[in-house]
Design a protein around this ligand. Structure first.
Ligand code: ADP
Length: 581
């Protein structure tokens, strides 16, 4: 197991180290708490014969001492529980933070394979469960084990022969508990997977709600949902039935044990080996074993469920990570924006090549339109320039530097992507444009003006401080797009990668977005996945990509005259919104 893995046990212990002080004080409280149990058993041994003898003053004295012991014990328990709660909560927070960091480093291709709902479930519920189990382990399991040991040692001290009976029963209980534990673990894993699937479906359903309505597919979706929750109920029922069976079985063995001890104890009293006082203490101590055993049983199950969660968290860590920078990776300073692509060939995971021997030269400041049918490899080319993927052959050079030799974060800082359907995070408009970068108010307003967004932002009730709701529902499609353009411009990128929106914006929005784009493109190298005639006509160069290869290069007029692939695309309205002449 990788010791650095966020979910390895060594790492869990590492995460607890900064809280050693609280843990030590909590441990001290725990020792006091546990030590009180044999003391109470001894007091019970005094009390029961005293009650039998009717010695009122002795009864009062023992009760008073017992009350004081109880008080000390409960105070110690409070100290133990609160002192352990902090470190356990910190641990679960650190674990979650580590995992989120890992998630940010996982290759995009691997993340796309996992559903958003499933990932959310893992990072919330599973991480929570692990935290809870750790809390239970330190706050409940450890004292229960110690209590079991302390009380049992006291019992051996009282009568070792009688203790042998108890000892014979203990492994039987342990065996049954562990057998059940393994079954509970399997059932828990199945039921957690069901919840993950459910979360995935809910995520899809929420995203696709308008689509579902449009297709009147509500009853189909409801049926799928019912099916999922039905599976979930069944899986959960199996776990609960196992748990329900475990308690009576373990309880019955315990009760049988106690009755056996009582019977043997009576024989030992009759033979004069044990007095009534000792036997009373012994029975009291025996009863004190039941509670920790039942706690251990429950905690063991939870521990098994926690292990299932830990395993699911580990799966995130197993996903392949983005390769880190080379040791001697170069810093990216100012870029002019010359882009050279030489003999680039790329395929996804052993599939056939998606890009084949692509060669391309874009001079700084040029606007180049990339056109081609869906699946031609246009977005893949973007992902290679952004270093989301690495080509098997060939190279991409920016200002004559191979991008794979540059520091990836600095490289991405000089590039900007405006995707077809922009995603903006909830928060204020200012936050959405800055997107974690530092910028002055002037820079913020400048980029918004460039994106033709300043005017509409100013008209909003709180201007740049206006809150954007989740998925930008309080903004129009065109407004979101313009915020995304401002976000791209703010970093003053040398190379702008634009994926032109294909979904129809209304004419006014379209015009406003186009104006923003035209302004944003000024003075930069631009590679644009184009779908509109007006865009290609304005480009310095058009590159026609088909099945991963460049088949034509030229201006609109040149390519129309050539009557080749480009003209066909135009006539088939793949390049649309205009007359192809
Ligand atoms: P375009 O942007 O021109 O529509 P893409 O670059 O998205 O084309 O896709 C090119 C080809 O690569 C398509 O056949 C697509 O199915 C495939 N592809 C895209 N992304 C992945 C991926 N993550 N894994 C495997 N194949 C992919």
């Amino acid at each position: 197991m990788n010791p650095q893995s966020a979910t390895s046990y060594a790492r869990l212990i590492d995460l607890l180290k900064p809280h050693a002080r609280s843990l030590l004080w909590g441990g001290a409280c725990m020792v006091i708490y546990v030590a009180c149990w044999p003391l109470l058993a001894r007091l019970a041994g005094e009390l029961i014969p005293a009650i039998g003898d009717g010695e009122f003053s002795r009864v009062i004295r023992v009760i008073t001492i017992a009350l004081i012991v109880f008080l000390i014990q409960k105070l110690a328990q409070f100290g133990q529980d609160t002192l352990f709660a902090g470190p356990a909560l910190w641990l679960s927070q650190d674990l979650r933070s580590d995992l989120f960091r890992t998630l940010q480093q996982v290759e995009l291709g691997s993340i796309e394979k996992l559903s958003a709902g499933d990932l959310t479930y893992r990072l919330t519920e599973d991480a929570d469960r692990v935290g809870e189990v750790i809390y239970k382990t330190i706050q409940d399991t450890m004292p229960s084990i110690l209590q079991l040991l302390a009380v049992f040692i006291y019992m051996v001290f009282l009568d070792w022969q009688l203790s042998i009976t108890t000892l014979i029963l203990a492994p039987l209980v342990a065996l049954l508990v562990s057998q059940f534990g393994a079954k509970v673990l399997k059932a828990a894993e199945r039921s957690q997977k069901q919840v993950s699937d459910l979360a995935g479906l809910i995520g899809e359903a929420i995203q696709g709600l308008p689509l579902v309505r449009a297709f009147a597919a509500e009853s189909w979706l409801q049926l799928r949902f019912e099916n999922e929750i039905n599976q979930h109920r069944k899986a959960r029922y199996k776990t609960l039935r196992l748990l329900a069976l475990q308690h009576p079985v373990v309880g019955f063995i315990e009760a049988g044990g106690i009755l056996a001890v009582l019977a043997i104890g009576t024989i030992r009293i009759q033979s004069g080996d044990l007095d009534a006082k000792g036997f009373s203490s012994y029975v009291a101590a025996l009863l004190m074993l039941i509670d920790p055993i039942s706690h251990l049983t429950t905690n063991f199950n939870e521990f098994q469920q926690g292990q299932a969660s830990l395993r699911r968290l580990r799966e995130i860590e197993k996903q392949s990570k983005e390769p880190s920078d080379l040791k001697n990776a170069k810093s990216v300073t100012k870029l002019k924006g010359d882009l050279d692509i030489n003999s680039l060939t790329f395929s996804y995971l052993g599939d056939k090549p998606v890009l084949k021997d692509v060669n391309l030269r874009i001079n700084a400041g040029q606007k180049v339109a990339l056109v081609g049918p869906s699946g031609a490899g246009k977005s893949t080319l973007f992902s290679l320039i952004l270093r989301f993927n690495k080509a098997q052959q060939g190279e991409i050079k920016l200002d004559n530097e191979d991008i794979s030799l540059l520091k990836v974060k600095e490289l991405r800082g000089k590039l900007a992507l405006v995707p077809q359907q922009s995603i903006i995070f909830s928060g204020s408009i200012e936050d959405a444009i800055k997107f974690g970068r530092k910028a002055t108010d002037e820079e913020l307003i400048y980029s918004a003006k460039m994106a033709n967004a300043h005017e509409f932002i100013n008209e909003l009730p709180n201007g740049y401080k206006t809150k954007i709701e989740e998925r930008g529902t309080n903004l129009s499609g065109g407004q979101i797009q313009r915020i995304a353009i401002a976000r791209a411009v703010l970093g003053n990128p040398s190379l702008l990668l634009l994926d032109e929106a294909t979904s129809a914006l209304d004419a006014d929005s379209e015009e406003a977005v186009q104006l923003g784009l035209r302004q944003a493109m000024k003075g930069r190298t631009v590679l644009i996945i184009a779908h509109r005639l007006s865009t290609v006509q304005g480009a310095d160069q058009i590159i026609v990509l088909d099945k991963g290869s460049i088949c034509e290069v030229g201006t609109h007029d040149e390519l129309m005259r050539r009557k080749g692939r480009y003209r066909v695309l135009c006539e088939k309205q793949i390049i649309r919104d205009g007359q192809c002449e």
